[in-house]
Design a protein around this ligand. Structure first.
Ligand code: ZN
Length: 382
């Protein structure tokens, strides 16, 4: 179930053009897949775009208001699948090209005020795509090569990205007289404002084709699975992004592909806590080890090493093992491993241990009421 276009943008039914544009800019930047971490960001982003397309077009908005959301969506689907003019007063897909990756370029042009007529027909680089890759700490330590399978837009194989069969009849777009641009003149309080924008009917091509490619519904792109090899360098941190050049969405009009941005998520393991290039390990030692000192085994990502605990170590003391941390990304050397020791207090003593500890306390001149622990005292008070 898709959401009503007004609620998608969070505007009222009588919202004006400026209000809709403003709401669109806010929502689009919130859900832009390059920005948002939400899993449904791409879907939301598409809804926001579609809502804007319809609500900013007087004709479409009127029909939308009349038909209601569900019926409009159904009519739109039929219009997009039928070749030629559908019931929406336009050829093929009433929402124009865009869609998928092309739409992302559009939005940046809208944001930054670019989008001169020429860029619509000239080569245009495809959109960057974004995905995530989880690796574990050992892989981040060693560096790793991973196979990553993603679904991404590819140039439609049946029409080679044109959006129409090669033998389709080409007609000059009547909406823009083949210019690819429409000029609108609006009367505003500040005077007449002339605005040129990409023709929605032909998506700036200036040409309307008699048939739409049935494989890609005229988009020129289809989604396909691709497996990409990602070389993750040693020392990478969670949240860092690798840029895989030319692995993104296909370009338009012979433009190059966009890039694929792979955000790395490094999963912690039990034994270590990571802090930058340093690691921390918690080590439990016994009271005698703390008192007399000992040589203990400490795990590192490079295998166990020996560490000396000096006599008289206090619980909570931290020792540094130099260069036993993570490799420094794109630099030489390693971080440190900090070993924090905790002296474990024995909970269950056998008779011999008990006597030894009592003797220990006595020898130190300590008086401990060992015979009557807390619970014994409680009982005897009744
Ligand atoms: Zn196609």
């Amino acid at each position: 179930m898709s959401e009503d276009f007004y609620s998608v943008l969070g505007v009222s039914q009588d919202a004006g053009e400026e209000e809709i544009k403003q709401a669109y800019r806010e929502k689009a930047s919130e859900y832009h897949p390059d920005v948002s971490d939400a899993p449904d960001a791409e879907e939301k982003f598409k809804q926001v775009q579609k809502a804007k397309e319809v609500l900013l077009d007087d004709e479409k908005r009127r029909m939308y208001d009349q038909m209601g959301h569900e019926r409009f969506e159904q009519a739109d689907k039929r219009g997009a699948t039928d070749s030629g003019a559908g019931g929406m007063g336009g050829q093929g897909n009433p929402f124009g090209g865009g869609g998928g990756a092309g739409g992302m370029n559009d939005i940046f042009e809208q944001f930054f005020g670019g989008g001169s007529g020429g860029s619509q027909t000239g080569p245009r680089q495809g959109a960057d795509l974004k995905t995530r890759l989880n690796i574990d700490l050992e892989d981040a330590y060693e560096g790793v090569t991973k196979q990553l399978t993603i679904s991404r837009p590819e140039r439609c194989p049946d029409c080679d990205g044109a959006g129409h069969p090669p033998d389709a009849d080409a007609n000059t777009c009547t909406a823009c007289n083949g210019q690819g641009q429409q000029t609108t003149v609006r009367q505003t309080p500040l005077g007449r404002v002339q605005q040129a924008q990409t023709c929605r009917q032909c998506d700036g091509e200036g040409t309307i084709y008699s048939e739409t490619c049935s494989t890609c519904r005229g988009e020129g792109q289809v989604r396909e699975e691709a497996t990409i090899q990602v070389d993750v360098p040693a020392g990478i941190h969670s949240g860092q992004t690798l840029r895989m050049e030319r692995e993104g969405a296909p370009g338009e009009n012979g433009g190059p592909k966009g890039d694929l941005l792979v955000e790395i998520q490094v999963e912690d393991i039990e034994a270590f806590e990571r802090d930058g290039d340093d690691l921390q390990h918690r080590l439990a030692i016994s009271f005698p080890q703390a008192v007399f000192g000992d040589t203990v085994e400490v795990p590192t990502l490079d295998g166990p090493v020996e560490m000396d605990i000096p006599a008289g170590t206090q619980s909570g003391e931290t020792f540094r093992l130099r260069d036993e941390g993570m490799p420094r990304l794109q630099r030489r050397g390693y971080g440190n491993l900090f070993v924090k020791v905790q002296v474990v207090t024995p909970e269950n003593l056998n008779e011999e241990q008990r006597e030894a500890l009592e003797a220990f306390a006595e020898a130190g001149g300590e008086e401990i009421d060992v015979e009557q622990g807390f619970f014994e005292k409680l009982k005897s008070s009744f």
